[in-house]
Write a protein that binds this ligand. Structure first.
Ligand SMILES: Cc1cc2nc3c(=O)[nH]c(=O)nc-3n(C[C@H](O)[C@H](O)[C@H](O)COP(=O)(O)O)c2cc1C
Length: 194
């Protein structure tokens, strides 16, 4: 079942099964970044595109993760599909997505999310919920009757994979683990002890 050359194919097969069996957000992944002091920072984001080029997520570039990635492009992500007893890790470095790609994705989002992207200075303190809602109202009226453009501070990162690991829970904790590392133009796979 597991092709040594093709971690992306395996990810897609597992994701298809996760979409059928996972109750919520099968596209959610935890991403870890490094702060300037070397501390790991972790949070959940949604993988919006996964293909040969890598794994894409979108966020506010001024957020804590955005700041971290500006200083250090290294990143690690984990998908956990509880219903299947599976997890997939992907490690690598991020590259910014092209503006045209970010524009197209932003345009596909619900208007409320587009307004939120302007209204929320993600990861900054705010004195109250009311102030946040006033910021939303102000942005809503600014863009009334027209399309909401993508904010310059909102875009995507593409994780370019340097390592994949696939984990399948098995009986007696004798889980299957398969690590993929780059080799030539493709990948080499080896089994890891659980
Ligand atoms: C299921 C789920 C999906 C999320 N998806 C995203 C996302 O795609 N992009 C994003 O910026 N934040 C997303 N968030 C919020 C982040 O987890 C996080 O709170 C936010 O990005 C700020 O993180 P930071 O301060 O570390 O930059 C999501 C949270 C959850 C629980």
């Amino acid at each position: 079942m597991i092709e040594a050359q093709d971690p992306l194919g395996l990810w897609k097969a597992w994701y298809t099964e996760a979409m059928a069996s996972e109750r919520d957000v099968p596209d959610a992944m935890q991403v870890a970044t490094l702060g300037q002091d070397g501390r790991p920072h972790l949070r959940t984001v949604l993988a919006k595109q996964v293909d040969e080029a890598g794994v894409v997520f979108y966020t506010n570039l001024n957020s804590r993760k955005g700041q971290d990635l500006k200083g250090d492009a290294r990143i690690a992500a984990t998908f956990h599909w509880k219903s299947l007893e599976r997890q997939v890790h992907v490690e690598g470095r991020v590259r910014p997505v092209r503006s045209s790609e970010a524009d197209a994705y932003f345009a596909s989002r619900p208007r409320g999310s587009q307004i939120g992207a302007w209204a929320s200075a993600q990861s900054q303190p705010v004195t109250s919920r009311e102030l946040l809602e006033r910021q939303v109202a102000e942005v809503s009226s600014r863009f009334e009757g027209r399309e909401v453009p993508r904010p310059p501070h909102w875009s995507g990162f593409r994780i370019v994979p340097e390592r994949w690991e696939f984990w399948q829970g098995r009986h007696d904790r004798l889980h299957d683990r398969f690590e993929f590392l780059p080799e030539g133009p493709g990948w080499t796979m080896r089994r890891l002890q659980p």
